[in-house]
Design a protein around this ligand. Structure first.
Ligand code: ATP
Ligand code: MG
Length: 395
């Protein structure tokens, strides 16, 4: 819908972010939404919601908003780099998102487009991260003033399918704050498991899964403890009345989890389900355009497969080597055999080296005086020509 620029305010000399509407038509729904975003955000005025302090139009008429510049990164980038997160890591972020949403709800405003791309996180050493909600462009006022604001056409669905509640997917008009709670549940699921509850190849299928399918329990993905799992799955209930009645109630339950759950660390591939790493293998397009459900996930080769392939190759190599050594040995034996086979050529005895034949020791008897000690066999080898007689004798 818009392009966001980083800029410096010439008078205030401070960093700002300027969001400019890309496609516009004077008085169009998009322009009205843009103005509405500025008005709603200023109405809420909360530390967990981005501040908007200017609205204007470029010379050719394109509207723009001037916002505080947030130096952090989106929650989407953080999830892709670090998920699955422990409760210790995730809780301050969920709490801050929840505080911003709760403030909006108390002003009768439902965000309707809550997703990690619309949350900025600035991590700071030694203190809680600064978290701000962005993009109230499709937010809805639930109070009587609604008539003065932009209404969505009946039956139209707006939002981001991967994070949309079932009632939003169904295009229902009577949505309330619990739609944001559902989206927060999807974000929590993703933070604790590193994957979306519904991974669909298309928007249509994602909507259908939100409406009709149950997500894989997070305990089966990364070993999320039962009390935490219950809280996440309650936010993901299909019927709004089965969820908590407010974001504050959901957060309160999260905050009351026992210490051992607070210190839980995710276990990849728990219970045999393969853990899908944060999607660093996915190509990212324009921020906010792609979600995990929109793109195919490249499976990583399993390391043990590579190992077994290697060992098979090594075994083959060793076999070949052993074969070559055996062939060589047979060759040498054959050559030696041929060298002592001049039987066919008796006239030309070969000049081979043979050990000196030992002198026979004379026979000894008890009555006879001891014979002189037999000569020690000489270690010296003498060379002499092998004659056909020698060969015949050996044979
Ligand atoms: N105040 C800001 N400071 C720094 N970065 C910002 C700020 N506002 C927005 N951005 C960046 O610009 C991106 C788009 O912003 P925003 O969601 O407001 O616009 P959008 O065009 O409505 O996006 P979409 O409709 O795709 O959600 C954000 O995901 C964030 O990366
Ligand atoms: Mg956005």
């Amino acid at each position: 819908m818009g392009v966001v620029y980083s800029a410096i305010h010439p008078v205030l000399e401070r960093n700002v972010a300027i969001k400019v509407l890309t496609e516009y038509e004077s008085g169009s729904r998009a322009v009205q939404r843009f103005i509405q975003e500025a008005r709603l955000v200023n109405r809420i005025e909360h530390p967990n919601i981005v501040r908007i302090f200017g609205y204007g139009e470029l010379p050719e008429g394109r509207p723009y908003l001037v916002m505080e510049h947030l130096a952090g990164r989106t929650l989407n980038a953080l999830i892709r780099e670090r998920a699955p997160l422990s409760l210790d890591e995730a809780f301050p972020i969920l709490e801050a998102i929840g505080a911003g949403l709760q403030a909006a709800h108390e002003h009768g405003i439902v965000h309707r487009d809550l997703k990690p791309q619309n949350v900025m996180v600035l991590e700071q050493l030694g203190s809680a991260p600064v978290v701000k909600l962005l993009d109230f462009g499709i937010a809805k006022l639930l109070t009587p003033q609604t008539s003065s604001l932009v209404a969505t056409r009946t039956g139209t669905t707006i939002g981001s399918p991967s994070y949309m509640s079932p009632e939003q997917c169904a295009g229902r008009e009577d949505i309330d704050l619990r739609t944001d709670l559902y989206s927060l549940g999807v974000i929590a699921y993703e933070m604790f498991t590193g994957r979306l509850p519904f991974r669909a190849p298309s928007h249509v299928e994602a909507r259908s899964m939100h409406l009709h399918e149950a997500p894989t329990p997070p305990s089966l993905v990364t070993g999320v403890p039962a009390p935490l799992e219950r809280i996440i799955l309650r936010a993901l209930q299909k019927r709004p009345e089965d969820r908590h009645s407010s974001i504050a109630a959901w957060l309160a339950e999260l905050a009351q989890l026992p210490v051992e759950v607070r210190h839980w660390r995710p276990v990849p591939a728990a219970h045999g389900e393969s853990f899908e790493p944060p999607v660093d293998t996915l190509a990212l397009g324009k921020p906010g355009e792609l979600s995990r459900a929109d793109v195919a996930i490249t499976p990583q080769p399993k390391p043990q497969m590579r190992d077994s392939r290697l060992s098979r190759r090594a075994a083959f190599g060793l076999g070949m080597l052993a074969g070559a050594v055996a062939m060589l040995a047979i060759g040498i034996l054959l050559m030696r055999w041929h060298r002592v086979q001049p039987v066919a050529e008796p006239a030309r005895p070969s000049a081979v080296t043979v050990p000196t034949i030992k002198a026979e020791a004379p026979a000894t008897s008890a009555v006879e005086p001891p014979a002189p000690a037999p000569a020690k066999p000489s270690k010296t080898h003498h060379k002499r020509r092998l004659t056909p007689d020698d060969i015949n004798r050996d044979l």
